[in-house]
Design a binder for this molecule. Structure first.
Ligand SMILES: Nc1nc2c(c(=O)[nH]1)N[C@H]1C(S)=C(S)[C@@H](COP(=O)(O)OP(=O)(O)OC[C@H]3O[C@@H](n4cnc5c(=O)[nH]c(N)nc54)[C@H](O)[C@@H]3O)O[C@H]1N2
Ligand SMILES: Nc1nc2c(c(=O)[nH]1)N[C@H]1C(S)=C(S)[C@@H](COP(=O)(O)OP(=O)(O)OC[C@H]3O[C@@H](n4cnc5c(=O)[nH]c(N)nc54)[C@H](O)[C@@H]3O)O[C@H]1N2
Ligand code: SF4
Ligand SMILES: [Mo]
Length: 738
């Protein structure tokens, strides 16, 4: 080590596990990345992706200056030129078409960037458009909706208390690879091992025998898209066998009386064929969940991205309630985040709840959910002429051309826009359509606090990362870029005083939330600006905060800054009824919209299984669409393969390693076959986020092995009608050898 050697600490921004990393530096260069053994939350765990932070920072393809498209080609530009171009072209679109003529699309990395999370609402308010889209509607909106209806806020997701649990039923999730989702649980492997070592059991329900199934006690194949039947079977069995016990929650639930009759038609024996899981398995699981000590049901992507996503998400928590496992130690519990959680604000125990459908999308009439419209409606809103048509788009850390069903239609639609801005660090499949690209700083040059994932963490904690490396001259924070665009939209011009704008917005917020104490609080925050100032406000007024002096010793930003490995805030504790924000102050077990949707289930009960259906999967050395350009992750065996069961391979004439055509009506892709007994017969699995062979992108490493785009095959019209979430799982396809 040389004299200049230092160690810095950074929360990994690549997945929801949010591991604390130790970054060794020499002369402002990263020489080593390890898990931070002293991290109060992740205790030294890391996965191979973390090492990619260095490659990302050093990636010559990562954008470091804005790009402006001139005569069809991108040229490097200064920040002033880029903002000037936005000022020249965006306001006329709004003047001509109104606020809704501009759409926004928020992608997944937004949730890993404090700056984007905290300031997008400012930009959205300035724009005032209803055309807001995000990756949430190809992901977790069904869960947000079900918990919103049941518990009163969109992010009140119960998570398994894995360290004290004796039994986990994991449905449509592969935390061994994904490292957990809507469940921030670094080192799932270690925690699963510990659970089993103390005599606990894990059961996995998945159409593929996954890496998680391999560390579980049992695995059952399920016909894709049929989780709702399986869950109804379990719920039915709980009533049928008189195993329902509400325990402490009995006083805090509403709608209980309606459940038994709602589940009556779905005995395990009746749904078994439909979901391809024997009735005895469902009955046995019902018994185990109700009878063993502490247990939790957890479901993720597989249970959300299907036509009954909201119902399946709801039933998971209904079963947790009916078995007496919700809000109990070792069951499914509510985290209590140190900052930003809606379920720690306002009056405890009661609230306005959530509503949907305050407006609908113009073309398909899809209801608004959580202030957003389904991402699968974006293309039609652009390419269908008429009043209210989208004419400009701002994408923020999103790559919907690869991540959203029927990407090719969306790509064509983006070409028709009058103007497009991408806040993105790459010139990729989506940002190539932009007129201006504004790159954010590398994560190593950026500070961080997990605004979202502290709300899903299996243990409460507060951790802050200061920038590890100095920023390139002139590189603004992403919150500044968003405020600049907001200023332009408000007619204040590209050179508006950003600090003054930031102050005014915060003052307005405080006026609403703090009333008379607003000036005092503002004064107490005056040493900070931007995202840090909002963080300080949220921490100090949060559930562990110092309440601006009223709770001496409580949390402040300075306190967590002084603890580079974080502050532990303890295991989850029971929160019902305080956590609830429903108008009734109860857990709504039987929201009418969900009961009504059961009629769709009844109609589907007899639907025959198609010959072949396609599902997705995630991979350890890959992250959605955007990490295939990092050499350390891209190396090794080719991963964008279509897994098929040996019996299907034989029947369809498919050979391991050979190419196959996969088609869905007129849509067709070509992918490399991998024959694997881990697949359920009749199901093919292909990862999403590949297909880096489109012209005009600057992803030199990814282009070497571009892979196939699963979403070029999927249908943008297939949605869960309640949540608007895309159907990505269980779509019928044909496969033949090339
Ligand atoms: N068929 C199928 N499709 C799926 C899924 C599936 O399971 N199957 N999964 C869905 C899910 S769960 C998700 S979350 C979505 C993801 O969908 P998206 O969010 O649209 O896609 P990502 O691949 O995460 O792309 C992230 C983009 O952010 C950029 N980026 C990365 N870091 C930064 C940064 O710091 N600042 C800025 N401004 N930009 C940055 C990247 O360059 C990239 O363009 O995909 C969905 N699509
Ligand atoms: N390494 C890595 N980690 C990631 C990501 C990544 O791309 N790479 N992406 C991140 C993102 S954005 C998210 S949202 C999370 C997702 O986190 P997870 O939900 O854990 O992700 P997956 O690994 O896709 O697991 C989904 C599982 O559902 C199964 N499945 C598919 N269809 C069905 C079905 O109809 N029913 C049932 N029961 N199962 C089904 C699939 O076979 C798969 O094993 O992962 C995050 N973490
Ligand atoms: S598990 Fe997720 S957060 Fe942890 S090191 Fe890997 S990518 Fe980063
Ligand atoms: Mo996601």
């Amino acid at each position: 080590m040389t004299e200049q050697a230092t160690t810095a600490y950074r929360i990994c921004p690549f997945c929801e596990a949010c591991c604390g990393l130790e970054v060794d530096l020499e002369q402002q260069r990263v020489v080593r990345i390890r898990g931070d053994a002293r991290d109060v939350f992740s205790n030294g765990f890391l996965c191979p992706k973390a090492i990619g932070l260095k490659d990302l920072h050093d990636d010559p393809d990562r954008l470091r200056t804005p790009l402006i498209k001139r005569d069809g080609r991108f040229v490097e530009a200064s920040w002033e030129e880029a903002y000037a171009e936005i000022e020249r072209r965006l306001p006329p679109v709004i003047a001509a078409g109104g606020a809704n003529a501009v759409a926004t699309m928020l992608g997944n990395p937004t949730s890993h960037k404090m700056s984007l999370m905290l300031y997008f609402p400012r930009l959205a308010r300035a724009l005032g458009t209803r055309n807001m889209f995000s990756a949430s509607s190809v992901d977790q909106v069904p869960k947000m909706l079900s918990v919103g209806l049941m518990f009163g806020s969109w992010l009140s997701v119960p998570v398994p208390d894995i360290e004290r649990s004796d039994f986990l039923l994991i449905i449509g999730a592969n935390p061994m690879v994904s490292n957990g989702s809507l469940w921030t649980v670094p080192d799932f492997r270690g925690k699963a091992k510990a659970l089993r070592a103390r005599g606990g059991k894990i059961v996995v329900i998945d159409p593929r025998r996954t890496e998680t199934a391999n560390v579980a006690d049992a695995h059952h194949f399920i016909r894709p898209g049929s989780d709702v039947f399986f869950l109804l079977g379990i719920a039915h069995a709980l009533f049928d066998e008189k195993r329902v016990r509400l325990g402490r929650l009995a006083d805090h639930v509403a709608g209980f009386e309606q459940l038994e009759s709602a589940f009556a038609p779905y005995s395990p024996e009746r749904v078994a064929d439909r979901c391809a899981i024997p009735a005895a398995v469902m009955r046995d699981l019902a018994r185990t969940l109700a009878g063993t000590g502490r247990a939790a049901v957890y479901g993720r992507i597989g249970t959300c991205t299907q036509q009954f996503g909201t119902l399946a998400s709801w039933l998971i928590d209904v079963i947790n309630v009916l078995t007496g496992q919700l809000d109990e130690e070792g069951g499914a519990m509510f985290p209590k985040a140190a900052a930003f959680a809606a379920n720690t604000r306002g009056k405890p125990g009661v609230g306005r709840g959530v509503v949907t459908g305050r407006y609908a999308s113009r073309v398909s009439g899809a209801p608004e959910v959580g202030g957003e419209l389904p991402l699968t409606c974006l293309a039609e809103e652009i390419d269908t002429p008429g009043p209210g048509q989208i004419r400009a788009l701002i994408t923020i850390a999103g790559n919907p051309v690869l991540s959203s069903p029927n990407g090719p239609r969306l790509a064509a639609a983006l070409e028709q826009l009058d103007f497009m801005v991408s806040l993105d660090i790459y010139l990729n499949e989506t940002s190539r359509h932009a007129d201006v690209i504004l790159p954010g700083p590398s994560p190593l040059e950026d500070s961080h606090y997990d605004v979202s994932f502290t709300q899903f963490s299996h243990r409460n904690h507060a951790r802050y990362s200061a920038p590890v490396l100095a920023r390139t001259q002139g590189q603004p924070d992403e919150w500044e870029s968003m405020l600049r665009i907001a200023a332009i939209v408000k007619g204040l011009g590209a050179n508006a005083d950003i600090d003054a704008l930031d102050d005014a917005a915060l003052e307005e917020d405080l006026q609403r939330s703090a009333g008379d104490s607003a000036p005092q609080i503002l004064a107490a925050l005056s040493h900070l600006r931007g995202a840090e100032r909002m963080l300080e406000l949220a921490l100090r007024s949060g559930p562990y905060g110092d309440q601006f002096g009223r709770n001496p010793g409580g949390l402040t930003l300075a306190a967590i800054q002084a603890a580079p490995s974080g502050i532990d805030l303890g295991a989850m504790t029971p929160r019902v009824p305080e956590v609830l924000r429903t108008p009734s102050g109860k857990i709504e077990l039987a929201p009418q919209a969900l009961l009504d949707d059961l009629s769709r289930v009844g109609a589907e009960l007899a639907a025959p299984a198609p010959d072949m259906v396609i599902i997705g999967r995630r991979q350890l050395r890959s992250n959605n669409s955007w990490m295939h350009n990092l050499p350390v992750l891209a190396k090794g065996a080719f991963r964008c393969t279509a897994l098929v069961h040996p019996s299907d391979a034989q029947r369809l004439g498919l050979t391991d390693g050979a190419m196959a055509a996969i088609s869905n009506g007129a849509r067709r892709i070509e992918a490399q076959v991998e024959v694997s007994a881990e697949m359920m017969p009749g199901v093919v699995s292909l990862p999403h986020g590949w297909g880096h062979s489109l012209p005009g992108v600057r992803l030199n490493v990814a282009a070497e092995r571009p892979g196939a785009n699963l979403n070029a095959l999927l249908d943008e019209h297939l949605r869960d009608p309640l949540s608007g979430n895309a159907v990505l799982s269980g779509v019928p396809v044909q496969i033949s050898p090339l």
